[in-house]
Ligand binder design. Structure first.
Ligand SMILES: [Zn+2]
Length: 67
């Protein structure tokens, strides 16, 4: 079988999540808070943003599971 319906549903759900994350990032750019940790307000490491441009938390808060 090529592509069970369940697989397609999973792919669509994944794509929706990405779209939501991109929209959230755009909203943060508009608010001027892009690149700042949502938990502590500190600038997120450029290395973190390089790996994940949609990162919402600094390294320590991602490690704390609040990303
Ligand atoms: Zn933080």
């Amino acid at each position: 079988m090529d592509g069970a319906p369940d697989d397609a549903a999973v792919e669509i759900a994944r794509a929706r999540t990405v779209i939501e994350q991109v929209e959230a990032a755009i909203a943060r750019i508009e608010q001027g808070t892009y690149g700042k940790c949502e938990s502590c307000g500190q600038d997120i490491d450029e290395a973190v943003l390089d790996v994940d441009p949609l990162a919402r938390s600094c390294r320590c808060h991602q490690a704390a599971g609040l990303a």
